[in-house]
Ligand binder design. Structure first.
Ligand code: F6P
Length: 541
């Protein structure tokens, strides 16, 4: 297959994005669709009718159509773990009979949504009370990875419902984090939601144990039941922790951790948003699912963008991808997408064990605009290797006053300017001419002109929401999920497992023991032994 990617590279040698626009006045319209208030524009990519045909042919050769069907039909697409990946069932539509391995899951999904709904309503009504009878005013989500990044990203992105409690996120095992969070809270008014698909993640279980001790010390051991809820697929472990059935929210092994935002793993976000807006989020994602399942190939945003992502990696050899939201409230989105993209597709072998010649999924970096322009954009403009960028923004600002509207326009102007600058660049001849006109001497022009040149010809996508609302954000996240799936289909990898995180987890348990017992022998090289000796010396002093 690599020879086909190489043919695409040769096809684009010497081409300029600006020429593609000059040749086709309808280009921007042709490669742009709108789904759930999200305008998705991939016109600034190296795409023409020949490439489109070749990319779709590659998708056909990989059996993309059948793989997409298997995904939506709840077949075992996560072969290494023997599981389906039917996160689409969590966002409806409710009248479709979603099936995993032939068995309907729609009723179970509905029942869990109703369970969430009752809980969220009770929290907002002040009916969820702590052991002393005080209503809950602070909710702490304890979880890591997929059990943290999504809920916190949503709670940062979208405003809180009127009666929502304050929300906190405890993910890191670093004691500084729990001390900072718990230090500001009153145990009598605090509820912990322990979110862990496995209910075994070391960081989460340590933090949950700390929180349990904090409640028990302040309010007595019997208070624990009133101050904890859990979200997990592991019901036995949740019960063993002391959390009652009524406060136990379920999800299923066919929901991957990084795809679990839509399930009860998103409970903290639902508490923050209120259930009607959580449903709007699900609706937006469901609209993207329908688009991905049924839009014609050339207009299918996740399909085309996933294929173009791979063209950047496999044909052009560009290993990175930048995601830059021009919206302060989307500042956690790059972190969220980092797990989605890199934990899903950061693999070195195919599902049949064959080695991948090039990097697999891209390396994702990000930050918010305009701040990122003053951080890593220098490399995007003039670094030798192009980094395709996703620019994300909302047409309207959250605030309606005149000053905010004007500043929002400045923000959008920067977003559009960066995309244009990356695409067009500035030639050395233009730089020289400007310097000559400014009266600079020949020696200065000779040394500075190459440094002031912008190569341009750097692709980007523009993702614009009419406004930053749950529907459009749901559609945006689902777009990325399906793009990642398309990338994986073509690479022949399993995007739904994450074996690469296991070795570090195992070794950390061993290191814990060695750090605890002075001088204890163990595996590892002399760098480990010397470091442990040095650390133990520090602790003795
Ligand atoms: O990082 C590995 C991982 O398994 C992620 O895939 C997952 O989101 C995270 O750990 C947390 O896992 P759990 O929800 O089981 O605690």
């Amino acid at each position: 297959m690599q020879e086909k990617w190489d043919a695409l590279r040769r096809h684009w040698e010497g081409a300029r994005l600006s020429e593609l626009f000059a040749r086709d006045p309808d280009r921007a319209k042709r490669h742009c669709v709108e789904v759930a208030g999200l305008r998705i524009d991939w016109s600034r990519q190296f795409l023409d009718s020949t490439t489109q045909q070749q990319l779709l042919a590659l998708a056909g050769e990989c059996g993309f159509g059948a793989q997409r069907q298997a995904l939506f039909q709840g077949e075992v697409v996560n072969a290494s773990e023997g599981r389906a990946a039917l996160h689409m069932a969590l966002r409806g539509p409710a009248n479709r009979d979603w099936r995993v391995a032939g068995s309907s899951v729609s009723l179970a999904v509905e029942a869990e949504l109703a369970h969430m709904e009752a809980f969220v309503a009770a929290v907002h009504a002040g009916q969820v009370k702590g052991a002393t009878g005080a209503p809950i005013r602070d909710v702490v989500n304890i979880g890591i990875g997929g059990s943290h990044l999504g809920p916190e990203m949503l709670a940062t992105a979208l405003p809180a419902a009127k009666k929502a409690p304050r929300l906190h996120f405890l993910s890191n095992v670093d004691p500084a984090q729990s001390e900072r969070i718990l230090g500001s809270l009153d145990p009598a008014e605090t509820l912990f939601i322990v979110v862990s698909k496995s209910f075994t993640s070391r960081e989460t279980m340590i933090n949950a144990g700390e929180a349990r001790g904090w409640i028990a010390r302040a309010l007595g051991e019997t208070a624990v039941v009133d101050h904890f809820a859990a979200v997990s697929t592991n019901e036995d472990k949740v019960r063993a922790f002391g959390i009652c059935a009524e406060r136990q929210f379920r999800f299923w092994d066919w929901v991957g951790g990084r795809y679990s935002l839509w399930s009860s793993a998103g409970l903290a976000a639902a508490v923050h948003l209120g259930m009607p807006r959580f449903h709007e989020l699900l609706d937006g994602a469901a609209a993207m699912d329908r688009h991905f399942e049924s839009a014609p190939d050339a207009e299918n945003a996740p399909l085309m963008m996933g294929l173009l992502d791979l063209q950047s990696i496999m044909a052009f050899g560009w290993p990175a991808w930048a995601v830059v939201p021009y919206a302060d409230s989307l500042r956690l989105l790059p972190d969220y997408f980092q797990q989605l993209v890199m934990e899903s597709n950061g693999k070195g072998v195919t599902q049949t064990g064959g080695a991948l010649i090039r990097q697999s999924g891209p390396l994702l970096l990000g930050g918010i605009g305009t701040d990122a322009q003053h951080a890593f954009f220098q490399l995007l403009h003039q670094g030798p290797l192009p980094v395709p960028v996703d620019f994300i923004a909302a047409a309207r600002s959250g605030s309606q006053n005149e000053s905010a509207t004007r500043r929002h326009q400045v923000l959008l102007a920067n977003c559009l300017a960066q995309a244009q600058a990356l695409a067009e660049g500035r030639s050395e001849a233009a730089v020289r001419q400007a310097m000559e006109q400014a009266g600079l001497d020949a020696a200065t022009i000779k040394s500075l002109a190459p440094q002031k040149r912008f190569p341009g010809n750097r692709p980007s996508n523009l993702l614009l929401m009419r406004e930053l609302c749950p529907q459009s954000l749901g559609a945006l996240i689902a777009l990325y999920e399906h793009r990642v799936f398309v990338q994986a289909c073509l690479l022949g990898i399993n995007p739904f497992d994450q074996m690469g995180v296991e070795l570090g987890k195992q070794l950390a348990r061993e290191m814990e023991k060695r750090l605890g017992a002075e001088g204890r022998e163990g595996s590892g090289d002399s760098a480990v032994a010397e470091t442990i000796t040095w650390l133990q010396q520090q602790w003795r002093e």
